[in-house]
Design a protein around this ligand. Structure first.
Ligand code: DX5
Ligand code: ZN
Length: 546
């Protein structure tokens, strides 16, 4: 993936950003969840992975600049700065309060304005359309001074109605500002409705290209795509770069997604706990390509990529640790160019430390080794080597294995724990329900010791067992047979997602009931709940909600 991605760590940090942002907005009773959420992956990838910056030295001369031109995404921006380390995350709760440094629209930080803003804010926003011009000024100055600072500007599609955006666009082309990258948060919704109704922007790509920009387009919620495109952007010469990031306004909270109402509205404070649970419950689906026919893996990858799965689970079996052989690093290397989806490599091999370098070189994004074949020292060495290479480290435990005591000393940089729900070796085995209480226990104990990563369920996951594993705390689901076992991959992924959604809605409803806000929650959520009402057994109740 290029620079230090550590896929799961990046995802988790972005999840935290959303969680802080919603708390800030709910506490304030006002603010903009829609744009904070559509731009969360963009800002997170920049701050946590791409930009050269130092939270302890916000004025560092060599830093890269970020200009949040669409300044109303402030709650997301502040939360990103906080998670990056510019100030304590707790402070996000003071958003928009009298006396807070976190104004509704961010104020540029300086000694003089230090009571009104936080370190890291480079631009006072609020009036739309101006940030790109400021970014151009910084990029020009940096060039004139012969310096290497790069400038990243985030603009909105509603904001692109402003004439100043297009004047700036012409200027950046004229000056060939290849140290300037602009990202368009293309969520297609602005304050009063859909952008294409109010002032159509399409063909956006052609417009920017005609203004002499190098244009790229990505899915703005796929961090792996954002990482890749930022790598490409760094190679462009003599042209400014425009990245059109296709996003969903309000992405992360289902009843806010794609709904103009949530451009600038706060959820009621009493919903906060449930919303936090929703954000925390984000679930990732990872089809295991060894299941089904043992051939044409490229094709199998392509098919699930089309279905919008999150990662590809790759089972490496050496015939020693498990009684079966699949493939090794050389095969993974060959598969790598076929997709930008993250590779979740599960090494079922006897001597992981001896072979780890091959899997690093094959550019896996997550590498999990088994606890049964590691000592503490060996695992520490594996973990260190993965971290310096920007790879998420994981540990797997078999159904009969407990979490080794030494693991509690390695939790700081641990991104995943696979709790096997079959004895490893083959796809298509039956899920072992006895691992469910263990999963609950493992999750609880690991969290108490500071584990921040993901629990991954692997083995016999289908539409039914997924729900059980979900309730037991798993957030990554490997699915082999369930996806590749029948003839209908499309239907299979839809069903998994549907069941995950039902499980989520049930959890959230239960939570709302405990908090005594069930009718109120159902009202906010009505349009989301309708397709699941029957399975949730709430048809009549939902019908009565006005
Ligand atoms: C088991 C593997 C699993 C398996 C998943 O040894 O680690 O990843 O292939 O396949 P299903 O979902 O069919 O159990
Ligand atoms: Zn596996």
């Amino acid at each position: 993936m290029g620079f230090n991605m550590r896929y799961l760590d990046l995802r988790r940090k972005i999840r935290d950003v959303r969680m802080w942002a919603i708390q800030g907005i709910a506490e304030a009773g006002s603010g903009h969840p829609g744009a904070s959420f559509s731009a969360a992956e963009i800002m997170g990838t920049l701050y946590f992975r791409r930009m050269r910056h130092d939270p302890s030295r916000p004025g560092w001369e060599e830093r890269d600049y970020f200009i949040n031109s669409k300044a109303h995404s402030a709650p997301g921006f502040y939360s990103t700065l906080a998670v990056a380390g510019y100030f304590p995350s707790e402070e996000v709760r003071t958003l928009r309060k009298l006396g807070s440094r976190l104004q509704g629209h961010p104020v540029m930080y300086s000694e003089r304005q230090k009571n009104y803003s936080v370190p890291g804010v480079e631009y006072s926003g609020g009036s739309e359309g101006m940030g790109l011009s400021v970014g151009i000024g910084i990029a020009l100055a940096s060039k004139l001074d012969g310096k290497k600072n790069r400038v990243f500007v985030l603009i909105g599609d509603g904001e692109s109605n402003e004439g100043q955006i297009w004047e700036a666009s012409m200027a950046a082309g004229k000056f060939k500002l290849d140290n300037l990258v602009t990202i368009l948060d293309r969520n297609r919704i602005q304050q009063d409705g859909f952008t294409e109704d109010i002032m159509p922007l399409d063909p956006t790509k052609d417009k920017w290209a005609a203004f002499n920009w190098q244009v790229f387009e990505v899915d703005g919620h796929r961090v792996e795509q954002i990482v890749d495109v930022l790598n490409k952007a760094a190679q462009v010469k003599d042209k400014p770069v425009m990245i059109i990031a296709n996003t969903v306004k309000g992405n992360g909270v289902r009843h806010m997604a794609n709904n103009p109402q949530w451009h600038g509205k706060a959820p009621p404070k009493r919903h906060t706990e449930v919303l936090l649970e929703e954000l925390e419950s984000e679930c990732l689906i990872a089809p295991s390509i060894i299941a089904g026919q043992r051939e044409n893996y490229e094709d199998k990858i392509r098919k699930v990529e089309r279905e919008g799965v999150d990662m590809i689970h790759i089972d490496v079996m050496d015939g020693q640790f498990v009684p079966n052989t699949t493939f090794f690093a050389d095969k993974i290397k060959k598969l790598r160019p076929s997709t930008s989806l993250p590779f979740d490599a599960h090494l079922m091999i006897e001597k992981p430390l001896e072979q780890i370098q091959e899997y690093i070189d094959a550019r896996c994004d997550i590498i999990t080794v088994h606890a049964e074949v590691c000592t503490e020292n060996e695992f520490r060495e594996i973990q260190e080597r993965l971290i310096v290479n920007g790879i998420s480290p994981g540990i797997a435990i078999n159904p009969g294995t407990d979490v080794p005591e030494w693991l509690y000393r390695c939790l700081h940089d641990l991104d995943v724990v696979i709790v096997m729900s079959v004895n490893p070796g083959f796809a298509g085995q039956k899920f072992m329900p006895k691992v469910l209480p263990k999963m609950v226990e493992v999750n609880k104990k690991l969290r108490e010791h500071g584990f921040k990563g993901y629990i991954e369920a692997d083995g016999g996951i289908d539409a039914t067992t997924l729900q059980q594993a979900y309730d037991a705390g798993a957030r990554i689901f490997v699915a082999g047979n369930a996806v590749y076992g029948g003839g209908d991959i499309h239907g299979a992924v839809i069903q998994l997602r549907h069941k995950a959604a039902v499980a989520l809605e049930r959890r959230l409803l239960n939570h709302a009931t405990q908090l005594n806000i069930r009718p109120d929650w159902m009202k906010a959520r009505k349009h989301i709940l309708i397709p699941y009402a029957n399975e949730l057994g709430i048809e009549e109740e939902l019908h009565a909600v006005k």
